[in-house]
Design a protein around this ligand. Structure first.
Ligand code: GDD
Ligand code: MN
Length: 385
C-alpha cells in the first residue's frame, strides 16, 4: 500500500517536462540578487530587469542579510506589488557567496543568474546569456570584463591591480580557463549548479571562481563581454579582508577541500596565541618573579584574550561580535575556557614537576588550552544564531 503511494508521488514529481514553462507562466529564469545595504538600488534594478527581460518569464530572488538600512523592507514592498519578486531575509549571517547559493537553491527555473544590486552589472546582457544556455552546449555563461569588448574602467588603480593579480593566481594555480573568474555576474544551468552546490563554500566573495574550480574543467563555459559600471547608490562591501577569503578559497581548492579557511585561521591565531603565551609567561616569571603556576595562568589569560580578539576579527569575521556583544563574548570565552585553563595549568604543572623545563611545560599547557579554546569557541561564543 505504502509503495503504491510512493510510486504515485514520484509520478507527480516527474510531470515537469510536458508543461512548457512559458505556457504555464513558470519562470524560465531565476535572477538572484544578493543585497546588503542597497535600499536605494533595488527598485531601480527591478525596473531595469523588467525592461531587459520583457520577453522572458522570470522571477527575482533578493537575498538580504538583514541590512541595517532596511533593504528587505523595500524588497517586501516590491514583492507585494509583483509576485515575481521574492525576498529572503537572512538573520545572523553574512556573506555574498552564501547568499547567492541560498538564493539559487531557493528558486527553481532551469537557468539561474546572479547579478549585483548596485547596477554595476549590465542587465541588458541577460537575454543573450539565457539564449546561450537555452541553445544547449553550455552550462555557464560568464559576464566578463576581461575579454574583447568588456571593461572595468570604473575601477581605481589599486582595485584594478588586485583584480588582475587574483585573476592571474586563479588561472595559474587553479588552472581556471576563463578570463574573468572573479566576475560576480553569470548565469548557470540549474542542474549543474545543484550538482556542485554541496561542495561550494558559503564564506567569501568568489562564488564564480569556486564554481569553476570545484567543477574542475567539467563545466562548459562561455564568456560574453560587458562593461562594469559605476555603483548607483551606497558603497562597496569589498574590504581588504577579501584577499584573505580569496587565499582561503585557493588553498581549499588546491588541497581538495581538506583545509578550510576557518581551520587555517584557527591554526594561525592559535600559533600567535602561543607566542603571546610565551611572552607573558616569560615576563611573569622573570620580570615579576611569579611562581610557575601563577605565571602560567597569566600566560593563558593573555593568550585567551588575544585569541578572542583575533578570532573575532579574522576567523569569525562573518559572525563578528560587535558592541556590547564583544564584552559578553569575551566573558563567555573566558568562562567556557576556564575548564581549559585548569587543564592548561594542571598539565603544565605536572610536566614542570617531572621536568622543570619552563618552555616544555608551558607549551604542553598552552596546547591543552588552545584545543579547548577552539572547540568551545565554535560551540558557544560564535555559534550560528
Ligand atoms: N546578502 C549579502 N550579504 N549581499 C552582499 C554581501 C553580504 O554579505 N556583501 C555584498 N553583498 C551584495 C551587495 O549588496 C551587492 O549587491 C553585491 O553583493 C556586490 O557587492 P559590492 O559591495 O557591490 O561588490 P563590488 O562591486 O565591490 O564587487 C563586485 O564586483 C567584483 C568584481 O570585481 C562583486 O560582484 C564581486 O563579487 C566581484 O568579484
Ligand atoms: Mn558593486
Amino acid at each position: 500500500m505504502l509503495r503504491v503511494y510512493a510510486d504515485g508521488m514520484n509520478e507527480a514529481i516527474r510531470s515537469g517536462p510536458e508543461i512548457p514553462s512559458q505556457v504555464a507562466g513558470l519562470p524560465e529564469l531565476s535572477v538572484i540578487v544578493p543585497t546588503f545595504n542597497e535600499r536605494d538600488n533595488v527598485t531601480t534594478l527591478f525596473r531595469r530587469l523588467q525592461t531587459a527581460l520583457a520577453g522572458v518569464t522570470f522571477e527575482v530572488v533578493f537575498v538580504d542579510d538583514n541590512s541595517p538600512d532596511g533593504t528587505w523592507q523595500v524588497v517586501r514592498n516590491l514583492a507585494r506589488q509583483d509576485s515575481r519578486v521574492r525576498c529572503i531575509r537572512r538573520i545572523g549571517r553574512r556573506g555574498l557567496s552564501g547568499a547567492c547559493i541560498e538564493g539559487i537553491l531557493a528558486s527553481s527555473a532551469p537557468s539561474a543568474a546572479v547579478i549585483d544590486a548596485d547596477l554595476q552589472h549590465d542587465e541588458t546582457q541577460l537575454p543573450k546569456m539565457l539564449a546561450l544556455l537555452q541553445a544547449g552546449g553550455v552550462d555557464l555563461v560568464v559576464g566578463s570584463r576581461y575579454i574583447e569588448g568588456g571593461s572595468a574602467d570604473s575601477f581605481d588603480k589599486q582595485r584594478a591591480g588586485a583584480s588582475a593579480l587574483a585573476t592571474e593566481v586563479a588561472k595559474r594555480v587553479l588552472r581556471v580557463k576563463i578570463a574573468d573568474p572573479m566576475s560576480g555576474f553569470f548565469m548557470i544551468s540549474r542542474d549543474r549548479f545543484e550538482e556542485l552546490a554541496p561542495q561550494l563554500s558559503t564564506q567569501g566573495f568568489k562564488i564564480l571562481l569556486d564554481i569553476v574550480a570545484t567543477a574542475r574543467g567539467n563545466l562548459r563555459a562561455v564568456e560574453i563581454p560587458y562593461t562594469f559600471g559605476s555603483r548607483l547608490h551606497g558603497e562597496s562591501k569589498l574590504d581588504s579582508m577579501v584577499a584573505l577569503d580569496f587565499l582561503g578559497l585557493v588553498l581549499a581548492k588546491l588541497t581538495n577541500d581538506a583545509v578550510s579557511l576557518r581551520f587555517l585561521l584557527f591554526a594561525m591565531v592559535g600559533s600567535l596565541g602561543l607566542l603571546v603565551h610565551f611572552v607573558a609567561l616569560y615576563t611573569a616569571l622573570k620580570a615579576f618573579d611569579l611562581p610557575f603556576p601563577q605565571a602560567q595562568a597569566c600566560g593563558a589569560v593573555a593568550a585567551m584574550t588575544s585569541n578572542f580578539i583575533l578570532n573575532n576579527f579574522l576567523t569569525y569575521r562573518d559572525q563578528r561580535l560587535k558592541g556590547f556583544a564583544i564584552l559578553r563574548g569575551l566573558l563567555l570565552f573566558y568562562l567556557v575556557c576556564s575548564v581549559g585553563l585548569f587543564a592548561n595549568v594542571g598539565v603544565a604543572f605536572s610536566v614542570y614537576n617531572h621536568e622543570p623545563i619552563w618552555w616544555l611545560a608551558g607549551a604542553a599547557g598552552a596546547l591543552m588550552g588552545v584545543v579547548w579554546n577552539y572547540a568551545m569557541s565554535g560551540l558557544f561564543v560564535w555559534r550560528k544564531r
